[in-house]
Write a protein that binds this ligand. Structure first.
Ligand SMILES: [Zn+2]
Length: 55
């Protein structure tokens, strides 16, 4: 139960972080360098998506 701080963007979006805390959400996606092959989200860090793929 220690993977709480390793949540992916995909997980944050399920919790609606982009609605609850847009600034925190933006800081995760800007500047986007990777996207998720699984769900198509873009992220600033590969570890923030479940299936990172370089942009
Ligand atoms: Zn994903």
């Amino acid at each position: 139960m220690s993977d709480d701080n390793q949540k992916t963007l995909c997980g944050y979006i399920e919790e609606e972080l982009q609605i609850k805390d847009p600034q925190a959400y933006i800081s995760l996606i800007e500047p986007a360098t990777h996207y998720c092959e699984g769900c198509g989200r873009s992220a600033a860090k590969p570890e923030n998506v479940c299936k990172p793929k370089k942009l």
